[in-house]
Design a protein around this ligand. Structure first.
Ligand code: HAM
Length: 431
């Protein structure tokens, strides 16, 4: 609905303008560079999926499915949901394409919008972005170690120096059932003190109690049985091996039995990375192994492990600007009569200086104002889309146009020279 003030973005959604959008793009470019160097190709799956997909994978009794999904009926009455996460879509897509038509192991990464109906606050949005990777088809601990090592290569490329990953191992299969029963027995005596949702969880899915923010539930969970005491021999050996490999790879980690993750599909390894700088919403990313998900979704049993980074939180926590600094050429016509010549000059420079930004001043304000705008860009205008390492003003007045020349002033080096236009095309002539 319009208000007197006009249209506004939907609560919990945001517009990203430059330079912020350029910072997101730089982070995504670095993700592509790092992940592709590990053999991961990008997958793009639809934002819309059937509601049933998430109920089956993320789990009916999770907060996400129970109360955070954007679900609606389309015109034919099908129940559709804006994806709250991307792993379910990747698994669905791989099964639908046919696993025999895909490489094995299947290494994929993705980036894109996700939607969860949560109470918006700093670092928590209703539309947010994730950057994730999934490694499908390798059962051994080397796959867990690979995704975590790749993840840290990416985080270090962005300048994060002191993050560490918190690991846990959750029991799967029969061991999970025993853990769930032990947890149920432990919490039942406290049930009367707990909220309705958590009382329901005790019976339906006691592992989900760990997601509860209710202090009563938290205190009921103190002294609760620990996941690590319920691991079978295979899971315990897998976990020990993951930790050995991470130590060898120099990836800092700690263990915490409190991490069970808010999604039902995890088996064995689970992990999170938190950043102190982010306040209450401090999980930058989460992930783990999901060895039963393919089978649960009707496919063959196929082991997999992956992670998703909350891109918005990552950007908020960035220790440095990820954008590469670029040379800026500011082409400045003396008046409207030189616009066409200026455009020609700008195109010459673009062609001969790949990677440079070449901007033409179309204001017709004359040289003095144009020069002061160019100096602003050198000093770092907070609204400029790009990070600038040098600024050259290329002034073209009637004389230059006549003579087929340009006047180039390097604002940082404070040098000036007049050159024939033809020399711009010669590589490096102006450097
Ligand atoms: P998740 O822990 O639900 O896992 O989400 C991963 C990350 O997304 C979180 O750590 C957080 O940084 C970010 N995130 C979640 N909700 C919000 C929000 N409302 N606003 C901003 N950021 C948010 C998954 O989604 C799994 N699919 C990860 C995975 C991939 N596991 C295996 N493969």
């Amino acid at each position: 609905m319009t208000s007197a003030k006009g249209f506004r973005a939907v609560k919990g959604t945001r517009d990203l303008f430059p330079p912020e959008s350029e910072i997101y793009a730089a982070v995504e470019d670095i993700a592509r560079e790092v992940f592709s160097s590990w053999g991961y190709g990008e997958i793009r799956t639809p934002i819309l999926e059937s509601t049933e997909l998430f109920a089956r994978s993320v789990g009916e009794t999770t907060d996400i499915v129970h109360k955070e999904m954007y679900t609606f009926s389309d015109r034919k009455g099908r129940s559709l949901t804006l994806r709250p996460e991307n792993t379910a879509g990747v698994v669905r897509a791989a099964l639908e394409r046919g696993l025999d038509r895909l490489p094995r192991p299947l290494r994929l990464w993705y980036t894109g919008e996700q939607f969860r109906y949560e109470r918006p606050q700093k670092g928590r949005y209703r539309e947010f972005r994730q950057i994730g990777a999934e490694m499908i088809g390798v059962p051994g601990s080397a796959a867990d170690a690979e995704v975590l090592t790749m993840l840290f290569d990416f985080l270090r490329r962005l300048g994060f120096a002191d993050l560490s990953v918190t690991l846990n191992c959750v029991p799967a299969g029969a061991a999970r059932e025993s853990f769930a029963s032990a947890l149920r027995e432990h919490v039942r005596p406290h049930a009367a003190r707990l909220g309705e949702d958590d009382r329901r969880r005790i019976e339906e899915n006691p592992l989900r109690l760990f997601d509860s923010k209710d202090p009563e539930t938290q205190s009921a969970l103190a002294e609760a049985p620990r996941t690590l005491d319920f691991l079978d021999a295979a899971a315990a050996e897998h976990f020990a091996s993951v930790k050995r490999m991470l130590s060898e790879a120099g990836i800092p980690f700690t263990e915490s039995s409190a991490i069970v993750r808010g999604l039902d599909y995890y088996t064995v390894t689970v992990f999170e990375v938190v950043s102190a700088g982010l306040g209450a919403q401090n999980a930058i990313l989460g992930g783990g192994r999901y060895d039963n998900l393919f089978a649960d979704m009707g496919g063959p049993g196929l082991p997999a492990v992956g992670f998703a980074i909350g891109e918005d939180r990552l950007v908020e926590a960035l220790p440095r600007d990820p954008r590469a600094a670029r040379d800026l050429w500011y082409v400045l016509p003396g008046s409207a009569a030189e616009f066409a010549y200026a455009t020609l000059v700008a195109r010459e420079i673009r062609a001969s200086h790949p990677g440079a930004i070449v901007e033409t001043d179309l204001s017709g304000r004359g040289f003095a104002k144009g020069f002061s705008r160019a100096s602003q860009l050198l000093e770092g205008d907070g609204h400029a889309p790009f990070r600038v390492s040098s600024v050259r003003v290329v002034s073209v007045g009637s004389q230059e146009k006549e003579a087929g020349t340009v006047k180039v002033k390097d604002l940082s080096k404070r040098t000036e020279e007049t050159l024939p236009l033809s020399s711009l095309a010669g590589q490096g002539a102006l450097r």
